[in-house]
Design a protein around this ligand. Structure first.
Ligand SMILES: [Zn+2]
Length: 226
């Protein structure tokens, strides 16, 4: 049985988990080129999806990972590039682009999400503090640092509302000891933080990758035209 070390976002333990269920899906698409052949497709592309459900032996909750690949997107050795992300529970799927202090702080927040909402929200605030430091934001507190990132166009104006809410919830998490945070609030705060991190780190990395790919395609088209 397939087994893998995963951080369980339900209980926070990093532990070896077994696959208890899985499902595969393969879809094909025929690409026709009538200038070459009228009766059969020029080639066939395939899109592969796989879901694996892992069971945490500590808390007996499940984690679902999805792996995808596309036959036209390959490694230099010709094997399709595989992308794996965790789709349940909501958590760190695209965190490979985050600098490690930011990633560590964010993962620490996710680990305690179901244990202590206030601690989780404080850890989310710490995550944003680390991001501000990494981006050399100026300011005396988190709010003015986030504002500074907006004026530098590292964060878009639409983030203002989000960072205001995060700051407000973060302050009450830090100061009002009695306040209980509903799991809905905690979930929302995690989503907000994720949106900000995606915008600052993952999106630029994805765009750069797409541009590289487009440039390569242009070069290889030019070569084939010569
Ligand atoms: Zn667990």
């Amino acid at each position: 049985m397939k087994e893998k070390v995963i951080i369980c976002l339900h209980c926070g333990n990093k532990t070896s988990m077994k696959v208890v269920a899985n499902h595969d899906l393969m879809e094909h698409e025929e690409i026709w080129d009538y200038s070459v052949n009228y009766y059969s497709p020029a080639y066939i592309t395939s899109f592969f999806k796989q879901w694996e459900m892992y069971l945490c032996p500590v808390c007996t909750e499940v984690t679902i990972q999805r792996t995808t690949s596309f036959s036209e997107e390959t490694e230099p050795n010709g094997n399709p590039i595989k992308y794996t992300d965790t789709i349940f529970p909501l958590g760190f799927s695209e965190n490979k682009h985050l600098p490690s202090p930011v990633r560590d702080a964010f993962e620490a927040a996710l680990k305690v999400r179901n244990l202590d909402g206030a601690v989780c929200i404080m850890a989310l605030r710490r995550t944003l503090e680390k991001m501000c430091k990494h981006k050399n934001a100026k300011g005396k507190d988190l709010f003015s640092k986030l504002k500074d990132l907006q004026s530098e166009n590292i964060l878009p104006p639409i983030m203002e509302g989000i960072s205001y809410i995060l700051r407000k919830e973060g302050n009450s998490a830090a100061h009002a000891d009695d306040k209980e945070f509903s799991s809905e609030t905690v979930k929302l705060m995690i989503e907000f933080t994720e949106v900000i991190l995606d915008y600052v780190y993952s999106l630029p990395a994805k765009i750069e990758k797409a541009q590289l790919k487009l440039n390569q395609d242009v070069i290889s088209n030019e070569e084939s035209e010569l």
